[in-house]
Design a protein around this ligand. Structure first.
Ligand code: ASP
Length: 335
């Protein structure tokens, strides 16, 4: 019989009202007591990793969780992680990189209402996640509101609706409908490739959302404070100002000193393309590294992960020209 490991980390799923708002408080045992599937379907083993609102999840948790999953891959057929929805897309993205070619399904899920609330979506999401874990399809996925999405392509796009997540710039990996579990096999991660656990990271990074009037000094501040990489969310296709608020001189300087500066878009959909406008071409000529159509969550975690492996700017650039887990569509124009 198949064995599924459930790792409980908290989030709304396991929250209760504690007098100062909703906070995680339901144990893994209570969860499985309520939600155990038919006894002949599979065996669940549950572990309480932590009991956190996901706002308090840190990169060190990603390291520990990836190491736990790597060990579990030898003994279990799949893993389901119960996680707060707010940071779930970051965790799913980072686990996709740290657990390259993971040999079992790793499914993240959570809920918009606590397990014990009436009308909760927790039961449905949990059961869907277990079903997906039982398919044996390798890779890291988010399963939520009957959708199956690649972890590295997922973003939380709604704060209150049950349909809180979307697959960004990439087709959904599948869904549950009246015909049961329907997988879109052509978009699943490659089922070949040898597994490598790579749980390294640097958290000395910054995300800079450009706005009209932004002051360019921020770059020298970040460099002087020891930051190792910056992700700039530019305007539209990735434009960065070069006139009155000239960021390019500072980007050029920081790149020349070896700091990788990534450039993407503030727009969630359809990706960036630095080849179209002068504001894009110039930032690229100054050393800006394009991130194409990656989500903000995948870009941030990929940058952290790359910097855990090397501090060399050229190497980082090569990492960002590599599609590891279908996190990016490398368009020729931007190369
Ligand atoms: N604040 C919660 C969390 O991310 C929200 C949720 O789980 O839906 O932990």
């Amino acid at each position: 019989m198949k064995k599924i490991l459930i790792i409980n980390t908290g989030g709304t799923f396991s929250s209760v009202e504690n007098g100062s708002g909703l906070a995680p408080g339901i144990s893994g045992e209570q969860i499985t007591d309520l939600l155990s599937p038919e006894p002949d379907m599979c065996r669940l083993k549950i572990e309480d990793y932590c009991s956190l609102d996901s706002a308090n999840i840190s990169p060190d948790d990603w390291r520990k969780i990836s190491q736990r999953i790597s060990r579990a891959a030898e003994a279990c057929d799949g893993v389901v992680i119960i996680h707060g929805t707010d940071v779930m897309a970051y965790t799913a993205s980072m686990l996709s990189f740290m657990l390259l070619h993971v040999p079992i399904p790793v499914i993240l899920t959570g809920s918009q209402l606590p397990l014990f609330a009436s009308m909760t979506d927790a039961v449905d999401n949990f059961q869907s996640a277990v079903q997906m874990a039982l398919t044996g399809k390798k890779g890291v996925y988010v399963v939520f509101s009957r959708k199956i999405m690649l972890g590295c392509r997922t973003s939380k796009v709604r704060t209150v609706s049950f349909d809180a997540f979307e697959s960004i710039n990439y087709p959904q990996a599948g869904e549950f409908n009246a015909k049961g579990l329907q997988l879109n096999e052509s978009v699943l991660p490659g089922q070949e490739g040898s597994f490598s656990l790579c749980p390294v990271y640097s958290d000395k990074i910054a995300v800079l959302k450009v706005f009209p009037g932004i002051s360019p000094d921020i770059f020298s501040y970040l460099y002087d404070k020891g930051y190792e990489g910056v992700f700039i969310e530019g305007f539209g296709l990735g434009g960065v100002p070069f006139m009155k608020n000239n960021l390019l001189r500072e980007i050029d300087r920081a790149s020349a000193k070896g700091m990788p500066i990534l450039v993407g878009s503030q727009c969630r959909y359809e990706g960036s393309d630095l080849s179209v406008y002068e504001t894009g071409q110039r930032v690229k000529a100054c050393g800006g590294i394009p991130v194409y159509d990656m989500t903000q969550e995948a870009t941030v975690t990929k940058l952290m992960w790359c910097l855990g492996q090397t501090k060399d700017r050229g190497e980082i650039q090569r990492f960002f020209q590599t599609n590891f887990v279908n996190e990016v569509t490398l368009t020729c124009k931007n190369k």
